[in-house]
Design a protein around this ligand. Structure first.
Ligand code: ATP
Ligand code: MG
Length: 302
């Protein structure tokens, strides 16, 4: 059966500005299950935002398809909420109206008061309360704008939440608080989350699975690392879990070394580029080497 969100042979090429062609990624193929929280990690320029824009229906790939819940993604939809890397807000609307705009579109049956109450609740959740919500985006700090963008996406309860470095402009304290809010919101729903971050610890705290991308050009989603740490997770306790540093080291090694070694090679024509599933679990007994035949799930348990 197909996964809830299915990314099939996705290829993106752009003009390289010198009369040639830049292949960002080629035949990327992976799935995301309903309700799953997937984080993608990779170096700058490997194509993460490009993938996200395609998932959002805001850009078309050179070839390949994205299928969500049996339907091909062809354009934007209220079912998919996006927090952009540059937290684009509508500059002519107040903070509050940037949020109510989408909420009213999603719930045409609600009264104006209901729309405002719902939106205000989500703005408060990200720490924006009082007079500040009547200010225009240009009158807010970068971190505040990013929080408006987060509130706007969360308030719409999209089936798929797409987050492109949503906490990048936030100070560590606010970032922690909003990570907790995100986990609370996500935990109580069937929402599927696809998030980009550069922060390895944030990725381990939040994700069910981390996709690791090699450097571009010809980037590939090379590995899919299952986060074998039970929920609920807390920032202070997670580091004591026996799997934490083993997973963290694996990710650091990938980003420091394998992301370069595996990059820059065109694929054999027609080959599908699927990530290798990786499961790191120090709380499980060491597997019998017989169980590590090729084709079986790779188990790292050193
Ligand atoms: N519209 C475009 N036209 C030409 N090249 C583009 C376009 N959009 C992206 N690129 C190129 O595609 C590559 C991937 O860009 P993308 O923004 O997806 O990277 P990223 O992984 O999100 O990086 P970062 O971590 O810095 O945000 C880059 O080399 C970029 O220059
Ligand atoms: Mg990006």
């Amino acid at each position: 059966m197909k996964p809830y969100l299915s990314i099939e042979n996705l290829t993106q090429r752009f003009p390289d500005g010198k009369g040639g062609e830049l292949t960002v990624f080629e035949n990327a193929t992976f799935g995301v299950e309903k309700g799953e929280f997937v984080v993608i990690l990779g170096h700058s320029g490997c194509g993460k935002s490009t993938i996200m824009n395609i998932l959002a229906g805001l850009a078309e790939p050179t070839s390949g398809a994205v299928v969500m819940d049996g339907q091909e993604v062809k354009g934007p939809s209220l079912d998919r909420g996006v927090v952009f890397q540059n937290y684009s807000l509508l500059p002519w609307l107040s903070t509050l109206k940037n949020v109510t705009f989408g909420v009213a579109a999603r719930h045409p049956e609600w009264t104006k008061a209901e729309v405002i109450a719902h939106s205000t609740k989500y703005l408060a959740m990200v720490g924006l309360e009082g007079d500040v919500i009547h200010r225009k985006p240009s009158q807010l700090s970068g971190g505040m704008r990013q929080r408006v963008s987060i509130a706007r996406a969360f308030a719409n309860h999209p089936k798929l939440l797409l987050l492109d470095e949503p906490f990048g402009a936030l100070d560590a304290l606010t970032r922690g608080t909003i990570q907790d809010e995100l986990l609370k919101i996500w935990g109580g729903t069937e929402q599927t989350v696809f998030m980009i971050t550069h922060d390895i610890d944030e990725a381990i705290l939040l994700a069910d699975r981390i996709l690791l991308m090699t450097n571009g050009p010809f980037a590939r989603v090379a590995e899919s690392v299952e986060i074998t740490i039970p929920r609920p997770r807390s920032r202070t306790e997670i580091i004591e879990h026996p799997n934490y540093y083993a997973i963290r080291n694996h990710l650091v090694q990938f980003l420091g070394k394998r992301s370069k070694e595996l990059s820059g090679q065109p694929m054999d024509s027609g080959a599908t580029n699927r990530p290798a599933p990786i499961r790191i679990d120090k709380t499980e007994p060491t597997p019998d080497p017989e169980d590590l035949r090729p084709g079986l799930r790779a188990v790292v348990n050193s």
